[in-house]
Write a protein that binds this ligand. Sequence first.
Ligand code: GUN
Ligand code: ZN
Length: 657
Amino acid sequence: MFEIKAKDMRGRVGVLKTKHGNVKTPALMPVIHPRKQAIDVKKYGADIVITNAYLIYKDEDLKQKAIEEGLHKLINFDGPVMTDSGSFQLSVYGDVDITNKEVIEYQELIGTDIGTSLDIPTAPFVEREKAEEDLKITLERAKEAVEFKKENNIEMLLNSVVQGSTFMDLRQKCASELSKLDADLYPIGAVVPLMESYHYKELVDVVMNSMMYLPENTARHLMGAGHPMIFALAVAMGCDLFDSAAYILYAEDDRLLSTRGTFKLENLQEMPCSCEVCSKYTPDDLRAMPKKQRRDLIAQHNLHVSFAELRLIRQAIYEGSLMELVEERCRAHPALLDAVRQLSNYSDDFEKYDPRSKKSAFFYTGAESLSRSEVLRHQQKMMEMPKKRDLVVLPPSRKPYSKFISGKLGEFYVYGNKGEFDGENTDFMVLDVPFGLIPLEVDELYPLSQSATPKIRDKDSLEFINQFFSEFIEDYNQVLVHSRLKDTLDIELSDKFEDEEIRYKKDDVRKLKAIADYQFGWGAGESLLKGNINVEKSKKTGKIRHIYDGKTLIVNMRASDSYLVLSKEGAKRLHGACEYPKNRVVVNKDSEPFALDGKSVFSKFVVECDENIRANDEVLIVNEDDKLLAFGKSLLSAVEIEDFQTGQAIKTRKGFK
Ligand code: GUN
Ligand code: ZN
């Protein structure tokens, strides 16, 4: 019912399948008023819409018409339609005259594609007792709805809404209880008051504490979110669906949406974008118009900017620049800046989803970038790295750093023992913002080389680097720091080092082993690159391309990110070098012949996998007896492979038939 096509952070470009067609996500569902709708939202890019089944049910005319003609005809939309259940009316008026079962039954009767049970939207910041009482009912009704759906062979997809107010443990509990049900979609509810009052930081907590306990294999809807200002942030947190009444409500009120915030028509000297409306009319034109005409034109603008933002977000996911977009968007308001900073509390979670390598380079846009998974992931690798006796720390020059290192390396200061410096037993690293330290051998790997930071370091990043540095160097006997770095580092440095013979020896095999270690686990390089190693380089760029043992190809080096891509021989060597289930995806008996045949592996056939697998990793495909069947590139993270029952998990390169 839901498949991932591309991903970045927790964000996904996906396809949601319904009776009335497929929807590309992240998607915006404009709210359609069953009686008053004036705008053809399809014309502005809507592939799916949402309307309120309770409003239809309450209106005797509409109620009958919907039963006779069907919902799609009633609202004149032939694509997928989601309906809400009257929960919002419940939260405003305290009561609705329909039961949970009745509203499910009615939604199915009128042909809704995705219906909703009668959850209780508990407002933020209420008393805990109230939140608990409401949650109990929400959970009971979600369960009742799922059972009712099963008993009555209801086809309609079903929403079970996550509630719990601003109590994070209740959000977690609700999400994990709902996940155990066999519902189809899990929207996150009661966030409208948070957004209206600019409590974006709390929104991050509420969304993340719900999201972390929801399954990966279905679309996640941020209910009532219709302002394009928060779309990028919400998508990065894993939201796939939005609904917008904002486009029309704001228009009623002469307000124009934009990714930078909201413009009041009365304050506009210039039209804020280049949509059809903004190109054709001036603010004065609009102000002079009759109310209804003006409202419809502003609504068109509002739809235009909302759909334009979603296109931009999907493009950012394809190219891997979603966080850059989020960081940019969150500069539109200090409350959004608080929100993006709040993401750093969830870095470990984001790291599990973020692809290992992306098309787009990593841009440092401010202190928030220090919490990104790329940084965290590199630092974790570095902390796990076996250390030699001595460390030489060099200042950054142009990336990739190793290209510009040769001959005499300069003067050094000493930290540590002041023993004898042992050039053979030395790690050479560059001090880098924001990654901390980068071993010269791996400096071409994504994102270490494919990244850019301002030349002038800010205070936050220097503090960050120093903290990492002082922890990292603990196990070294002695650290030689280049004289140019003396003032950057907050450590006590003693004598100048006398030896002028510090030279970094460039060596392809050593470099390849280090890359293999970094990529597949420390120690993998030695086994992968044994024998009579020949390195073939690109004539044009001089970069390593193919690596052989004698005449047998072992690995290729991918030009875009310098990761190693396995050959048959390479896969066999890696299989022998690391223990089950490291670097492995384990498939069941049924899919064995397909894997051997070199066919791609679908998630539903995977019985186990290395928890460290991320999208774009090279992986081994084995059976439950650890027999090597094939090898390929992972399209998903381990956590996603485990949850999905449809779609590809591994793009197989070759099978061992
Ligand atoms: N629309 C906006 N918020 C909510 C919510 O919490 N529940 C439902 N059912 N609809 C909503
Ligand atoms: Zn416009």
